[in-house]
Design a protein around this ligand. Structure first.
Ligand code: PEP
Ligand code: MG
Length: 583
């Protein structure tokens, strides 16, 4: 049997060895057939019944997920339910059946395909995610149209297996919990796609974004999946199986060792401590943050509350979400970022004009200041929740000082409004800004006089400083967190923050890379915020190095001309100590 290896995106850590289970892709379309006048109404009735049964099933499923995994993950299925009422789908299909007198199964499949194509052409993450949601719902409706009860293909799985598919729908991913799934491999997806988020929530190792993988294996093929590095091996040889079994054991021991660090501080060998906080997208993740030993939530991306739905979250719903995070992470603080919509993050209830260059367009704080109706509701909800813990409010995409002043004035107005209404508000809320645009880094001395803290968003700071689109795989090799220009900006921001007596954190992905985390520690950053499951790894790294060594190295290293020279120097100095034994 042919041995093949693939490299994908590591989406959920851990190693698994087992047999592949290929999820079949249901055929969306069937040939068109003319139907008689009398059959038109029968077809429409069948369609309505299929929609009704799908809706009942999805509601049951949503409730199960809600009780097992929480409201945020369950809301993925609310997005599915919306499709069943979407006039673009339902009304149009009925109209076409009536007008063209064609069989419902054909018309429905064809309409779904058209919508999928439209989503594909809209090049942003939100619509890519909608694509797999629509596909998931369509499969369900089609099974009902065929007069069958929808049952997941996973029901055929009789032993522990690794699920391989073009895309794993959120319902199959959540259902895996009840089956024998030991890993996920998908052809598409990113670290923030629903499948990846669910895989991490379920602690199932996953690799996503492996092109054409389904064409090159069959159900029953033996696989090795390394969710930590993104490697997939099909039909591995005996030595490889042996080697990965060893790695699997080492990983287990390593994980246990990391778990044992839970209650220890992220302190260097010479006694310098750094705060280690968690980045979360869903408020349920706050449990994972606690479990992995976070000293707080360093970034709560609240825009996820606004996505995958057809209405805006109400003030009450937002109060509930923010209060949960504040209460659960207490006594540690929670840094809640106001919505960072625009760019590649869109929401369906808002009609935005299409922009030629959305990353430089109306996003983050710019959008909030233009749509103060939405911003005020969020700020009211934040202030109302503030009595539940230690709240820090942070504004994204700030590029000048006026934006900060306007946002702060709004907070003050709302504080007074709530006081008049007799609603208590915590009077020691810290206000901060993200430093993710070069202009903000360059005026950080001035910004520091307006706020209580900075959080450096390196994902965007790198993109804007190097002019490298963070999502464009053709220039991904140029996206270099250790580029001297980026490190010099960070050094400047830390210097200005400390000069004005405020603290500074880093919440971009860069902080998750052990060597980059050492560089940030050496630049005297006060807090690193990473995804919950990366916290133990970064804590281990910090506990293995000396701050003075890291600081000294950073004094010289910024004179090196390239990112690769800087990485090499960091690796030479600290690699042996901190890099993982099983990688
Ligand atoms: C960043 O830009 O580094 C950041 C943390 O924000 P986001 O990834 O949500 O843009
Ligand atoms: Mg950002």
């Amino acid at each position: 049997m042919k041995r093949l290896t693939f490299q994908g995106i590591p989406a959920s850590p851990g190693i698994t060895i087992g047999k592949a289970f290929l999820l079949d892709v249901a055929e969306l379309t069937v040939p068109a057939q003319s139907i008689s006048e009398a059959e038109v109404e029968i077809n429409i009735k069948q369609f309505r019944r299929a929609l009704q049964s799908s809706s009942e099933e999805l509601k049951r499923f949503r409730d199960q997920v809600h009780s097992g995994l929480g409201q945020d993950l369950a809301s993925i299925f609310d997005a599915h339910l919306q499709f069943l009422k979407d006039p673009m789908l339902v009304d149009e299909v009925i109209e076409i059946v009536r007008e063209e007198k064609l069989n419902i199964r054909h018309v429905f499949g064809k309409r779904v395909k058209e919508m999928l194509l439209q989503f594909e052409q809209m090049d942003n993450a939100f619509f890519r995610e909608r694509k797999s949601d629509l596909y998931d719902v369509a499969r369900r409706v089609i099974t009902h149209l065929q007069g069958q009860r929808y049952s997941s293909a996973l029901d055929q799985m009789e032993e522990e297996m690794i699920l391989v598919a073009h895309d794993i729908s959120p319902s199959d991913a959540a259902y895996s919990q009840q089956r024998h799934v030991t890993g996920f491999i998908t052809e598409i997806g990113s670290q923030t796609s629903h499948t990846a988020i669910l895989a991490r929530a379920l602690a199932i190792p996953a690799v996503v974004g492996v092109p054409n993988v389904t064409h090159q294996m069959q159900t029953g093929n033996v696989l090795i999946l390394d969710g930590t590095t993104g490697t997939v091996i099909v039909n591995p040889n005996e030595e490889e199986i042996e080697m990965y079994r060893k790695k699997q054991n080492e990983y287990k021991i390593f994980e246990e060792g990391l778990a044992a660090l839970r209650t220890y501080p992220a302190e260097t060998t010479d006694g310098y401590r750094i705060e280690l906080a968690a980045n979360i997208e869903l408020h349920e993740e706050v449990n994972a943050a606690r479990q992995y030993g976070a000293n707080g939530v360093g970034l709560y991306r609240t825009e996820f509350l606004f996505m995958n739905r057809s209405d805006l979250p109400s003030e009450a719903e937002q109060v509930e979400a923010y209060s949960t995070v504040l209460r659960e992470i207490s006594p540690y603080p929670a840094t809640i970022r106001t919505i960072d919509l625009g760019g590649d993050k869109f929401i369906s209830p808002l009609e935005f004009p299409r922009e030629l260059n959305p990353d430089l367009g109306c996003r983050g704080i710019r959008l909030c200041l233009q749509r103060q109706d939405i911003f005020r509701t969020q700020l009211r909800a934040l202030l109302r929740a503030s009595t539940c813990g230690t709240l820090r409010i942070m504004f994204p995409m700030v590029s000048n000082i006026e934006e900060v002043q306007q946002a702060k004035a709004l907070i003050q107005e709302i504080r007074e409004e709530l006081q008049q209404e007799g609603i208590p508000v915590n009077d020691s809320i810290e206000i901060g800004v993200m430093i993710e645009v070069p202009s903000a880094a360059l005026i950080s001395d001035q910004l520091a006089t307006e706020v209580d803290f900075f959080s450096i968003g390196t994902n965007d700071l790198i993109q804007y400083t190097l002019s490298v689109d963070r999502r464009n795989e053709r220039i991904a090799y140029m996206y270099a967190p250790l580029h001297p220009a980026v490190l010099r900006l960070i050094r400047r921001v830390v210097h200005n923050a400390h000069k004005h007596g405020i603290w500074v954190g880093v919440c971009g992905e860069m902080a998750s890379d052990p060597l980059a985390a050492i560089a940030l520690r050496g630049l005297d950053v006060d807090e690193l915020s990473v995804s919950p499951f990366t916290i133990p790894l970064i804590k281990r790294t910090i506990r293995l190095i000396s701050f003075i060594d890291a600081w000294r190295l950073m004094e010289d290293i910024l004179e090196l001309p390239t990112a690769s020279a800087i990485r090499e120097k960091l690796n030479e100095t600290f690699g042996k100590k901190v890099l993982l034994p099983f990688k």
